[in-house]
Design a protein around this ligand. Sequence first.
Ligand code: NAD
Length: 438
Amino acid sequence: MKIAVIGTGYVGLVSGVCFSDFGHDVVCVDKDASKIATLKQGEVPIYEPGLDALMIKNVEAGRLSFTDDLTSAIDGAQAIFIAVGTPTRRGDGHADLTYVMAAAEEVAKLASDYVVIVTKSTVPVGTNRQVKQVVRKANPDLDFDVASNPEFLREGAAIDDFMKPDRVVVGVQNDRAADVMAEIYRPLFLRDFPIVTTDLESAEMIKYAANAFLATKITFINEIAALCERTGADIKQVSKGMGLDGRIGNKFLHAGPGYGGSCFPKDTKALARIGQEHAVPMQITETVIKVNEETKRRMIDKIFDLCDGQLSGKTVAILGVTFKPNTDDMRDAPSLTILPALIGAGAKVRVTDPQGQHEGTALLPGVQWSDNAYKAAQNADLVVILTEWNEFRALDLKRLARRMATPRMADLRNIYSAQDAKRAGFAAYDSIGRAAWT
Ligand code: NAD
């Protein structure tokens, strides 16, 4: 089957590469000519482990190609996936559907044979019906169906998530579209991965409900962590004791500096907005958004407290700025709230991140970039672990402490313990949901 994928970001590129690995004939198209030029040279414009090798394999097998020309991309395609961005619209929190609708209209004007137009982007309930109207208006004679196929991959583990999903969700209006979608996902179906077929609205809702639920779980444990700090409980033990309950599960129970990334912040805001529009306030989600902002502020307070309330003239070394490890994605990362606050208070901020500098340079003006944790910590007054990259999990803490002007650590991912820090010669240590030692 020939498939076209519109948008070669994290989702579109991973989907296109994986569909071609299923054996389909895939053309990925993007408006960004520089991205396409990079891809044509066999290079991946984003950092996603394993993606380059799988991409090259399928290009060489003749199943995968890239273009900025939509006409040739969709020629003969039986399914066209829209995988463009749906960022938060300025001012009201709604998902901005401009890119989705523009792509749908462009497709409509160029398509001539039966095709299924599949929305992979995360879109509010009702969007697929709007896509249908837009296509119908732009090309009244076109024989087509729409389908909703939200994506659940996680950046950093995207290929495994796509190839071995917990489930695939497909929203359709008739068997004809369902058959095309079944054909696309047949390799997963044959390996017993569940395919959940629904109506359009339910598929759209599943994506927002799932993301809001996960954001709630993270935020819940972050709030419990704040209470642990005041009561003498240890959040690591609490999470373990909770997570072993099969009804709760141990995933997304790691306390940290607040969720970030390209999905949870915008999707929780969009769900809250959808609720408002339908006069069904999403009160839990609205609270989650608020508590997550407070969690990030709490991190700033911790940093101040470790520096005796005074950041002016102090040097702070930040380990990790991406919103999580194994990605270069900086969208809505907690670092974008925390670092400007430190700079604003007069701190000199030095940063190291295995993949974050390319994106981070423009987003974090005024910081100084270092090659590694030890260089960043040279003569620093405080080191802050903000993202749990593997290379920060096995630091030589003695070496780190020796380099610092005053060895203090804010471990916002609970990688180490007060005991580890004390043994290594640190003078103060704070983490999340555990007693600080200063
Ligand atoms: P992205 O911003 O990384 O990529 C979007 C791409 O679409 C860009 O390269 C852009 O140039 C291209 N584009 C926009 N309009 C176009 C058009 N008309 N024609 C051709 N190309 C066009 O976005 P992303 O992170 O891949 O996210 C895409 C969607 O998937 C969003 O709705 C997001 O919420 C959802 N999603 C993302 C993730 C994730 O982890 N990033 C996970 C699940 C779902």
